[in-house]
Design a protein around this ligand. Structure first.
Ligand SMILES: NC(=O)C1=CN([C@@H]2O[C@H](COP(=O)(O)OP(=O)(O)OC[C@H]3O[C@@H](n4cnc5c(N)ncnc54)[C@H](OP(=O)(O)O)[C@@H]3O)[C@@H](O)[C@H]2O)C=CC1
Ligand SMILES: CC(=O)N[C@@H](CCC(=O)OP(=O)(O)O)C(=O)O
Length: 303
């Protein structure tokens, strides 16, 4: 009998880490753990990393950078790494863990030693924009606006505490109003955009779920509403985790896909076909984080 792959989740007691741990329970892998009281102990974590085939990092950016630098200095066998943070998503030495990006991306992930899991908002934005820009329908210099709302679990343990423990948590708030959100470089990079979109993220008083929505004026595109739909339908044909849906919805609840690992894409248009809103619905902790990580782990071990 062949041995099961060994995996250590650094940050396993955080929001994304816990989500991955729960999903791994169904897979043929051996999960190696550091006790909760030692979760910040770098020596114990490095010892564990030296003993496993894959280290999944579910840490803040700085802690991820530190852990990766230490792994790279290891003289013993190094584990492969899957990083959930923003730190390496546009780094050319890392493979971007968005399996549906292009044909061939799954193969790259399967062979990679270092995989960067995509950001939650970025996953929705890239799923919509990448195929449309690549097909030339959305010009690379289109003045895009990306609106998005996330459940509060998107901000990890700290934001969950604000929403679940403080009496005066807002029902809804805009944030990142300095127009410098950490997902913008990733979105521009993987959509080949030359004009940075205006990104308007927000958070609502619900735990999980996300909508990314992108309004478009059809007269500024190189294509029709029908061509937008056909392009997305063909790009995601027979994909399990991302589906293009044509159901004519005119309302879209933000928690529609909460507790799933799927993403749904839609093209909403008016009856003049001159305005469009593209939407991506997902769970920030599902396809936006832990669900995508599991997709990558399965690819990396051929499960
Ligand atoms: N939440 C989400 O929807 C998404 C999150 N991500 C990314 O995943 C990563 C983790 O986020 P999330 O799970 O939300 O965050 P959480 O704050 O919920 O969890 C982070 C975990 O890492 C631990 N930790 C923090 N600093 C260190 C350190 N220096 N050494 C060891 N452990 C440390 C924390 O410990 P302690 O228990 O002491 O706080 C906590 O257990 C982030 O990079 C985030 O950007 C990606 C996609 C979506
Ligand atoms: C609601 C909320 O705060 N969301 C986070 C994004 C989620 C996150 O931190 O992780 P990823 O970058 O890996 O997606 C934010 O805007 O910073």
């Amino acid at each position: 009998m062949t041995e099961m792959p060994k995996i250590f989740i650094d940050g396993e007691y955080g929001t994304t880490g816990l989500g991955i741990r729960q999903r791994l329970a169904d897979l043929p892998i051996e999960l190696c753990s550091v006790p909760i009281e030692h979760r910040h102990d770098i020596d114990k974590r490095l010892q564990m990393m030296a003993a496993v085939d894959l280290a999944v990092l579910c840490l803040p950016d700085e802690a991820s950078r530190e852990a990766v630098a230490l792994v790279e200095m290891m003289e013993s066998k190094r584990p492969r790494i899957l990083d959930a943070s923003t730190a390496f998503r546009t780094d050319p030495e890392w493979v971007y863990g968005f399996a549906e990006l292009d044909p061939g991306q799954e193969r790259k992930i399967a062979k990679a030693d270092k995989v960067a899991n995509p950001g939650c908002y970025s996953s929705g934005a890239i799923a919509l924009l990448h195929p449309l820009v690549k097909a030339g329908i959305i010009p690379v210099d289109y003045p895009l606006t990306i609106n998005a709302v996330s459940g509060y679990s998107g901000g990890g343990k700290k934001l969950i505490a604000v929403y679940e423990q403080e009496k005066n948590a807002p029902p809804f708030e805009l944030y990142a109003l300095d127009l410098n959100h950490k997902h913008l470089p990733e979105i521009c990079h993987y959509c080949d955009l030359v004009q940075e979109p205006v990104f308007v993220p927000s958070v609502g008083n619900f735990a999980q779920g996300m909508i990314v929505s992108i309004p478009l004026h059809v007269n500024l595109l190189n294509g029709t509403v029908k061509q937008l739909k056909t392009c997305l339908k063909e790009h995601y044909f027979q994909r399990k985790n991302i589906v293009f849906v044509e159901d004519g919805l005119t309302r879209l609840p933000a928690n529609q896909l909460a507790f799933t690992d799927r993403m749904e894409l839609r093209v909403h248009s008016n009856n003049r076909n001159d305005q469009v809103i593209l939407t991506a619905s997902l769970d920030n902790l599902g396809k936006g984080a832990s669900g995508a990580a599991i997709q990558n782990i399965k690819l990396m071990f051929g499960i």
